[in-house]
Write a protein that binds this ligand. Structure first.
Ligand code: GTP
Length: 371
């Protein structure tokens, strides 16, 4: 795949990658926080006298525990698509909002029903949960704001209606502060998320640049060297390894007569022809450098030679499109099969096939010679 196409494709994946990363982090953070809710409710009931309130405790703590477990059950799958990721995010936020709504109702109820210090315990936990939401669940602002309001507003109403209006005012200011913290945390979160995605993009680009030829999009010589070494390492008689080295004939003339840009276009068109012709499983067409290409083929020499000749003839019979004109191009090909008895390693094999290519040039070009 040519470089521009790769960059375009990678850019198109950006939104998906950001969403998947957000899903991963949301699941992780929601999972961590979920279990504090039943623990806090249990503490409030303990403060009120657990035995006396055991049935209420069972209902509230049990409900919060079930929601905490539900958070754990929503996890990012290995490679979800965008729609699945959105669905999971929606489900996760619904469960988080369920926990916060249940907690908010419970903390307000403690003022009406439970003796001191249970309401105080619940109130203090409400503040802690609100602040925790502002800091950790800042991936999305709208549901996070609703979650904070769910936790904070019921206590606020109860405080306002009770004797502690000053505490209610303080509570309101505290809530405002949380919303401001949420806004800042959200901005920082998005910046980090995008920065990490940019870094991943750069890493992929560098990795690709180290493996792929920038002009033609074929694998480069470095990748070819590694692939050939791997192939001959495990070469068994049943899985023969053959190599073609393909060199454009008189390419300098094309450059000199049509210009370097047309020469480049010729190489790109030739790479495309190679890609189209050598597409069987195990085929690896590469650009070795300049006007020299190679193809690793997982087949014996007779078959590789046949395919090399088919390619050579097809190319000679149909000019390539270079910018606004058609250019007649021929190639000389060296062809050989790896033979562990003759070739010590991949380099020796390559040298043998290269010598065959040299003979093809000497013999008049536009032909295939065998190692
Ligand atoms: N346009 C273009 N030209 C290149 C590129 N890389 C190498 N070349 C040119 O390829 C030509 C290779 O010339 P030579 O090595 O003499 O080979 P040739 O003219 O193909 O002749 P034979 O191989 O002997 O048939 C030189 O003119 C190089 O400048 C490239 O990326 N783009």
């Amino acid at each position: 795949m040519p470089q521009d196409e790769f960059i375009e494709q990678r850019a198109a994946q950006r939104g998906r990658n950001l969403l998947l990363q957000e899903l991963r982090e949301s699941c992780e953070r929601a999972r961590l926080g979920g279990f504090f809710y039943p623990v806090a409710a249990l503490l409030a009931f303990l403060a009120a006298g657990l035995w006396q309130w055991r049935w209420h405790a069972l209902a509230v703590v049990g409900g919060l525990l079930a929601l905490a477990i539900a958070r754990c059950l929503i996890g990012p799958s290995a490679a979800p698509d965008v729609d699945e990721a959105r669905r999971k995010l929606r489900r996760l936020w619904a469960v988080v909002l369920g926990s916060t709504a249940l907690w908010g109702a419970f903390s307000a109820w403690t003022f009406a029903a439970l003796p001191e210090p249970a309401p105080l315990v619940a109130l203090l936990f409400s503040g802690a949960f609100g602040m925790a939401l502002a800091h950790t669940m800042c991936m999305r602002t709208t549901p996070a704001v609703v979650a904070i309001l769910c936790v904070m507003v019921p206590s606020q109403v109860v405080l306002w209606q009770g004797a502690s209006q000053w505490v209610a005012i303080m509570w309101g200011v505290y809530m405002l502060y949380m919303l401001m913290v949420l806004r800042r945390s959200h901005r920082e979160y998005r910046t980090r998320l995008e920065l990490e995605e940019d870094l991943r993009h750069q890493r992929d680009l560098f990795e690709r640049q180290s493996q792929v030829d920038g002009l033609t999009g074929l694998a480069n010589r470095r990748e070819f060297g590694a692939a050939l070494a791997r192939a001959v390492d495990g070469a068994a008689p049943a899985r023969a390894v053959s190599l073609l080295i393909i060199d454009v004939d008189h390419f300098k003339r094309i450059n000199d007569s049509l210009g370097h840009r047309a020469g480049d276009a010729c190489l790109v068109a030739l790479a495309q022809r190679l890609r189209e012709h050598f597409r069987e499983p195990g085929d690896l067409p590469v650009r070795l450098g300049g006007e020299e290409f190679g193809v690793v083929i997982r087949a014996a020499r007779a078959q590789a030679s046949q395919r090399a000749e088919a390619f050579r003839k097809a190319l000679a019979g149909q000019p390539v499109q270079a910018l606004d004109r058609e250019v007649a191009v021929t190639v000389s090909i060296g062809c050989g099969q790896f033979d562990p008895a003759r070739h010590e390693d991949a380099d020796a094999f390559y040298g043998d096939v290269d010598a065959a290519l040299y003979r093809a040039k000497i013999a008049g070009r536009n032909r295939t010679e065998h190692a």
